[in-house]
Design a protein around this ligand. Structure first.
Ligand code: NAD
Length: 353
């Protein structure tokens, strides 16, 4: 049976391939702009400067201060640089942290964004921005946040460390997983999410042995695009809520936290969604979606325990309390005891089911 759906359309232009970084000047010009502020983290500053050099006169400058969770004071410093350089658009080169900074600038100035993603986190195709101020992270959705152009260059992902490759891919799979049971899912997000899981399943074992395998890198980046598109079109539920709580209130690292939680949040909802998670069972085996993801994550060397990410057992009660304080949509009713058990399993690294 076909589930009734609304397909919101695709407003972001996507350029995908090897060596596509060279297309960035053309994409900036295509948007009608002539002074791009290039953004990056401090770790990717040299890459950002090299990109600014290829932009030539179309580069207004480089701001290499992006950090995780988009702190508002960093955004304010970046906007001061944007104005001081007379910039008319941003080019964000990096993972979700850099994309987040570009989105925060766009939201406040109306600047167009060209995003060049170098991880699989998947912020680039979404209208979502999470920001932190005074130690609190808030998330909003707004059409003004969605980037105009995304340039995927497989070559830039060859340097992604194996650990981040694995956790970032599991972060992406989490978007696909929650997309399968989202009430506003559509056939495009479902098809791309199915393709993406298969691509990640096949690519990750290869990348563990050969991190520079160009074919596997292309598969993984294509999969990241599919998961990002899903995240950008449909609503998320328990998994993203829990990851947000553990990142925002306990300072746990983003991709690793998603990786550890994924099998457990999947198992929590599995019996409440009919067969909607069957594509995961077909992709990862084990007869159950949560268990299939747990065995896959373990086989590719992912972190398996919240205990190893800096959470302490005395935090679990408070995490369960924060995660259940405000009601939100989820296929299975969220109760404090159930979430506390889920967190304990994730803390200990036990296989769900
Ligand atoms: P990140 O952007 O913080 O990158 C992690 C580190 O890896 C950084 O030091 C970065 O410079 C480095 N790095 C990135 N690509 C590299 C490469 N190819 N080679 C070598 N080093 C590289 O991490 P992330 O997981 O991509 O992003 C996490 C952030 O993104 C969080 O703040 C999260 O909230 C946000 N996010 C937002 C959305 C959204 O839709 N709003 C979606 C996903 C993630």
């Amino acid at each position: 049976m076909i589930h009734p759906f609304v397909f919101p359309g695709l407003s972001t232009r996507v350029v995908f391939g090897h060596g596509t970084l060279a297309a960035v000047p053309e994409e900036v010009a295509r948007l009608g702009h002539s002074r791009a502020l290039v953004l990056s983290t401090p770790q990717q500053e040299e890459q950002a400067k090299a990109l600014a050099a290829t932009l030539g006169e179309r580069a207004a400058g480089v701001f290499a201060g992006a950090v995780m969770h988009t702190p508002v004071d960093v955004t304010e410093a970046a906007i001061a640089a944007f104005r001081a350089h007379g910039a008319d658009c941003v080019v964000s080169l990096g993972g979700g942290s850099t994309t987040g900074l570009g989105k925060a600038i766009a939201l406040r100035t109306g600047a167009d964004q060209v995003v060049v993603p170098t991880t699989y986190a998947g912020s680039e195709m979404t209208d979502i921005l999470g920001e932190t101020a005074a130690g609190e992270k808030t998330t909003r959705r707004d059409p003004a946040i969605r980037p105009e152009v995304v340039v995927y260059d497989v070559d830039l992902t060859l340097t992604l460390p194996v650990g981040l490759t694995v956790t970032s891919a599991l972060n992406a799979i989490a978007h696909a997983m929650e997309g399968f049971y989202a009430p506003d899912r559509n056939p495009v997000t479902e098809a791309l999410s199915r393709e993406a899981m298969v691509a990640f399943r096949d690519a990750l074992p290869v990348l563990m042995q050969h991190p520079q395998d160009a074919g596997a890198r292309a598969q993984a980046l294509f999969a990241a695009w599919g998961c990002s598109l899903t995240l950008g079109q449909v609503s998320m539920a328990l998994h993203h809520k829990l990851a947000h709580v553990l990142g925002g209130s306990f300072g746990l690292p983003h991709a690793e936290t998603h990786a550890v939680l994924l099998p457990h949040t999947t198992a929590f909802n599995e019996d409440s969604v009919g067969g909607l998670l069957d594509p995961i069972v077909r992709t990862f085996g084990e007869g159950r979606a949560g268990a299939g993801l747990w065995h896959f994550a373990s086989s590719v060397g992912a972190p398996m325990r919240l205990a190893d990410l800096g959470l302490s057992s005395s935090d679990l009660d408070r995490a369960a309390e924060i995660a259940t304080r405000n009601p939100y949509a989820n296929p299975r009713t969220i109760d404090r005891d159930g979430i506390r058990r889920l967190l304990q399993d994730a803390f200990d690294g036990r296989c769900p089911d």
